[in-house]
Write a protein that binds this ligand. Structure first.
Ligand SMILES: Cc1cc2nc3c(=O)[nH]c(=O)nc-3n(C[C@H](O)[C@H](O)[C@H](O)COP(=O)(O)OP(=O)(O)OC[C@H]3O[C@@H](n4cnc5c(N)ncnc54)[C@H](O)[C@@H]3O)c2cc1C
Length: 478
């Protein structure tokens, strides 16, 4: 996703510079974020492409899809590819993303047995969908964002689904324990079982060699015993690892990923840049698309020479779950509690209705928030968090806009112009309004021009709400 955005941004700034793109996957770049919707049957695989079929040819980009780069020769400034070609470069941009982590455990020593899959690519998604047709049940190992989205998708396909999670609560990186509990209850109400502190010791399989297939998951119990969960489909969702093998073999500095400076340059070799999940910037490795796309834009401005002062200085991380029937947004530092010094915590919990809201404030600024079950305040909270803006004195308004007496700001229509509507592409309400005033009269047209709604898609309703409100205003004024 970072590479595709970079190429399109570079071309829009510089129509002439020779560009070659290598992509190990055979299909054109696609919106990986929407794979969960594809698995859930809500979006067709052919609708998530990021690049039109004719785009590369019409823009003079040499695209080698289905061709993997196998070696980088920094001395000769050339890449060696799986098709035997050697291509010289002036600048090499690494956007190799991540690969799904497969934990070393019994049953997985010789690779993934039949019926056990990771969930990272469109091919994974297709295989999971095929197997889901005949499977009776599924076990998802890992209760992070992706594991839960996969579980929701499989449940929607009629499977009995259980999520096994090693930590004490679900999505522990984004949620506090109380929110994790509410989420588990919400999942239960949808028919998805969850078990936390579940220590998966291995996979049970039958058959030998290439015919090995999964029959169950083995859990190590606290008393030293074992429990077997029978299942014919296992999704391993145990996190990702930046794909840095090329960079490592080429002798570039690697921390958790390729270490880069604010110009996305490898600290070892300035002719190599790294963006997206394979890059490490100021000790941070991002796992979300918004920072990847921001890096792509910064780099395009630098390499085209149109914005030589552009720098990537870091990005805030805002996570939204895309699973039918579960509204969830989380940002920043959410783990503080009432006993922590120097922070103010505002919280509302209604376990029975699956609602949990929390705002964490330090020095009058929002440093973290969770909205679960009801996310209408997400746009405003995102803006307050993203810009570290001063907060309303009535804290209740943060979680329940309008309730504390301040004018309601949560509805997209009443949001201030500075509020971020599309977080993936960093598009504000003001930019949408300006685009509409510039003649874009449908949500699709605004989306095409501003890119709002083209990432995870969770702002699509807000975008449509704003556009139809602007249309209404116009007819009232007329
Ligand atoms: C199911 C799912 C749901 C997600 N949901 C969200 C979400 O809601 N919000 C969000 O912000 N993020 C989400 N993400 C994460 C998001 O997709 C990533 O952050 C984003 O794709 C990162 O972009 P990237 O370009 O760094 O990596 P990728 O999109 O993974 O692209 C890297 C590409 O490089 C190719 N490659 C690797 N090595 C080579 C080589 N040697 N030669 C040639 N090609 C190579 C790979 O095959 C791959 O196609 C989700 C991810 C998944 C899997």
């Amino acid at each position: 996703m970072a590479g595709a955005r970079f190429v399109s941004e570079l071309r829009s700034r510089d129509p002439g510079v020779p560009v070659t793109v290598f992509g190990a996957e055979t299909q054109r770049p696609y919106n990986r974020v929407l794979l969960s919707n594809v698995l859930a049957g809500m979006t067709r695989p052919d609708h998530i492409s990021l690049v039109d079929a004719a785009w590369y040819a019409s823009h003079g980009v040499d695209a080698r899809l289905g061709v993997e780069v196998v070696r980088v020769d920094r001395e000769a400034r050339a890449v060696h590819a799986s098709d035997g070609t050697v291509t010289r470069y002036g600048t090499l941009v690494l956007a190799t993303g991540s690969t799904a982590f497969v934990p070393p455990m019994p049953g997985l020593e010789d690779g993934l047995p039949g019926g056990a899959l990771v969930f990272r690519t469109l091919d994974d998604c297709r295989r999971i969908s095929e197997l889901a047709e005949s499977a009776k049940s599924a076990v998802v190992v890992g209760g992070g964002l992706l594991g839960i989205e996969a579980a929701r998708g499989l449940m929607g396909r009629g499977l009995e689904v259980t999520v096994l999670h090693l930590a004490g609560h679900l999505m522990e990186r984004q949620l506090d324990p109380a929110a994790g509990k509410v989420l588990a209850r919400t999942l239960a109400s949808l028919g998805i079982g969850t078990r936390v502190q579940a220590n998966v010791a291995g996979l049970r399989t039958t058959g030998t060699g290439d015919d090995r297939t999964v029959t169950g998951v083995e859990l190590a119990l606290p008393d030293g015993g074992r429990e077997i969960l029978d299942t014919d489909l296992v999704i391993l969702s145990c996190g990702v690892r930046p794909e840095v093998s090329l960079a490592r073999d080429a002798g570039l500095a690697i921390g958790r990923a390729v270490v880069v400076d604010d110009e996305l340059r490898s600290v070892t070799d300035p002719s190599v840049r790294a963006i997206g999940e394979c890059s490490e910037h100021r000790d941070e490795v991002y796992g979300l698309v918004a920072p990847a796309w921001e890096q792509a834009t910064v780099l395009a401005g630098l390499l085209a020479g149109t914005d030589p002062a552009a720098r990537f200085t870091g990005a805030r991380q805002i996570t939204r779950l895309k699973a039918a029937g579960i509204e969830l947004a989380s940002m920043g530092e959410t783990h503080f509690g009432d006993d922590d010094d120097g922070v103010e915590v505002v919280r509302f919990s209604d376990m029975a209705r699956g609602t949990y809201k929390k705002a964490v404030i330090r020095d009058g600024r929002l440093i973290g928030a969770i909205l679960l079950g009801e996310t209408s305040a997400a746009g405003t909270l995102t803006q307050l968090y993203d810009r570290a803006s001063p907060l309303p004195s009535e804290r209740l308004d943060l979680l329940f806009p309008g309730l504390g007496g301040a004018p309601e700001a949560a509805s997209p229509v009443r949001m201030p112009d500075a509020a971020t509507v599309c977080n993936c592409n960093n598009v504000s309400k003001g930019q949408i309004r300006a685009c509409w005033q510039d003649g874009a009269r449908t949500a699709d047209e605004v989306s095409r021009r501003t890119r709002a709604g083209t990432g995870c898609g969770s702002c699509r309703d807000a975008l449509e709400g704003i556009v139809s409100w602007l249309d209404e205003q116009e007819s009232v004024d007329a």
